[in-house]
Ligand binder design. Structure first.
Ligand SMILES: *[C@@H]1O[C@H](CO)[C@@H](O)[C@H](O)[C@H]1NC(C)=O
Ligand SMILES: *[C@@H]1O[C@H](CO)[C@@H](O)[C@H](O)[C@H]1NC(C)=O
Ligand SMILES: *[C@@H]1O[C@H](CO)[C@@H](O)[C@H](O)[C@H]1NC(C)=O
Ligand SMILES: *[C@@H]1O[C@H](CO)[C@@H](O)[C@H](O)[C@H]1NC(C)=O
Ligand SMILES: *[C@@H]1O[C@H](CO)[C@@H](O)[C@H](O)[C@H]1NC(C)=O
Length: 429
């Protein structure tokens, strides 16, 4: 009873201060809370709130850049030319709280399941934001030299004196980092001598301000470095951006993963080894299985084509023939003559609609998406759009990307040792 009263007092106190009491809850077990970058617990929300339309258009622009970036992630081609003169801003949508060093310093790192890298802005970094890891204050920090085996696994390594330095691109940014090690603390788990890039210089504005936690599966990735602790298994539940006060969770390791969950085989595409591919075999709109050209959804290890599950793209992008086919069926079902567009969305309505469900049919697993994963509504309720689009034409794209809006309020389990991906409905709170 006492604790209840205390909690209530605390709650009122926090509300009175305009703080969200949920932001202070500490992570426990091997669970990290996942915040939306525009949520109240994030320091990265825009200082001036954008209108709903501006918000949507900005997310679409970022997606466009992200798709370009994902398509560029081809094996042995880790440095990609930066597109045109225009700045592309592309930064993952969700953040988690990680601690680095001894004593631990807290960083809100971006979570990106399509990237292998982990890097953190370090003190003295040129072009980084003001929150940096002060490596001089950590008793366990060390830099790796050129002879270290790990120095062979980073892109474009060079020696500066004996220090191992590497450069890479991320979205529209370039980064230069010292290969370093320190203790990483996630919830209550300690990862000693965790190898990461200590950022010394960045350009462009795609770099997540407090670092990147890549959950891809390449050689120096977080998954390979925490193999003993987490056995290359994790799941996340991404909170909806319609309820920004909610947080989701990133659950690391095989313990505590859902038992009631459907699985589809997780595929590895040697052309794009960091990405999590699945076999999409069809799409149902309402009860109708839409006729799709098989080549447009086929998994192809030689071209790198196929369907990926990505946490960093906001709206699902399908290659043009697939998108057009499902969109046409969706419009036929909605059966409202006046279809308008909004930015990159071409199927919007200004009157209330009754939308069909959509089922993504993967090998061995059907995932039926309810309305909340399919439609976005303007705050004023005056416009509703199908929240998917065709892959941009300027990208010679062969990737179908199942994006985070379509994954929100689902638990998505990446079980790498058993090569399977699970999906179950779950309200992320
Ligand atoms: C989120 O929480 C804040 C503070 O607790 C509250 O003022 C706000 O109304 C909440 N927003 C929503 C959409 O629930
Ligand atoms: C990174 O390496 C450079 C070149 O060796 C060195 O001058 C710098 O102090 C290093 N920074 C950190 C944080 O270790
Ligand atoms: C890496 O970036 C640094 C800093 O921008 C630059 O001085 C260096 O020449 C680059 N090295 C390579 C191999 O591109
Ligand atoms: C169709 O929608 C547009 C945009 O909202 C509107 O200006 C137009 O009047 C509508 N036309 C009909 C026939 O309802
Ligand atoms: C998925 O749905 C299709 C069409 O409704 C059905 O034929 C198939 O058996 C379902 N697959 C699974 C794994 O439930």
């Amino acid at each position: 009873m006492k604790t209840h009263i205390f909690s209530l007092v605390f709650l009122f106190f926090s509300l009175a201060q305009g703080l969200n009491p949920k932001c202070d809850i500490q992570d426990h077990g091997s669970n990290l809370r996942v915040f939306h970058i525009y949520g109240p617990c994030s320091p990265f929300k825009p200082s001036k709130p954008l209108s709903w339309e501006e918000d949507v258009l900005q997310m679409q622009a970022k997606d466009q850049a992200r798709l370009q970036y994902l398509s560029s992630l081809v094996a042995k081609k880790s440095v990609v030319p930066i597109a045109s003169g225009r700045q592309i801003i592309q930064s993952p949508t969700y953040i988690v709280r990680a601690k680095i060093g001894t004593p631990p310093q807290t960083m809100l790192m971006a979570m990106d399941n399509s990237n292998d890298a982990a890097w953190i802005p370090c003190s003295g970094c040129l072009g980084c934001s003001s929150t940096v890891f002060d490596n001089a204050k950590s008793t366990t920090f060390k830099t790796l030299d050129c002879q270290a085996a790990q120095c062979q696994q980073v892109p474009n390594p060079t020696c500066d004196g004996s220090a191992c330095i590497f450069n890479m691109t991320y979205g529209g940014s370039t980064i230069a980092a010292n290969l370093s090690q320190d203790t990483l603390t996630l919830a209550i788990d300690l990862v000693p001598s965790y190898t990461f890039g200590c950022l010394q210089k960045t350009t462009g504005n795609s770099v997540p301000p407090q670092g990147l936690l890549g959950l891809g599966r390449g050689p120096l990735s977080f998954l390979s470095q925490t193999q003993d602790l987490y056995q290359s298994t994790f799941s996340y539940c991404l909170p909806s951006f319609k309820s920004l006060n909610f947080s989701g969770s990133l659950r690391l390791g095989p313990v505590g993963q859902p038992l009631r969950i459907k699985f589809t085989p997780l595929l590895r595409n040697p052309r794009r080894p960091s990405l999590y591919f699945v076999n999409l075999i069809g799409i149902r709109v309402g009860r109708k299985i839409v006729d799709l050209p098989p080549s447009a959804i086929a998994f192809d290890p030689t071209t790198g084509a196929g369907t990926i599950i990505d946490s960093g793209t906001v709206f699902t992008r399908l290659v043009a023939p697939v998108y057009v086919a499902i969109r046409d069926e969706f419009r036929r079902r909605v059966n409202v003559a006046n279809v308008t567009s909004l930015g990159g969305f071409d199927t919007c309505y200004t009157v209330p609609i009754v939308a069909p469900t959509m089922t993504f049919m993967f090998a061995g697993m059907n995932v039926t998406l309810p309305e909340e994963n399919l439609l976005i509504h303007s705050t004023a309720g005056s416009i509703t759009c199908l929240a998917m689009a065709s892959a941009p034409d300027n990208v010679n794209s062969v990737l179908n990307v199942i994006a985070n809006m379509q994954q929100q309020n689902h638990r998505v389990l990446f079980d790498v040792p058993n090569s399977r991906l699970g999906v179950a409905r779950e309200l992320c709170t």
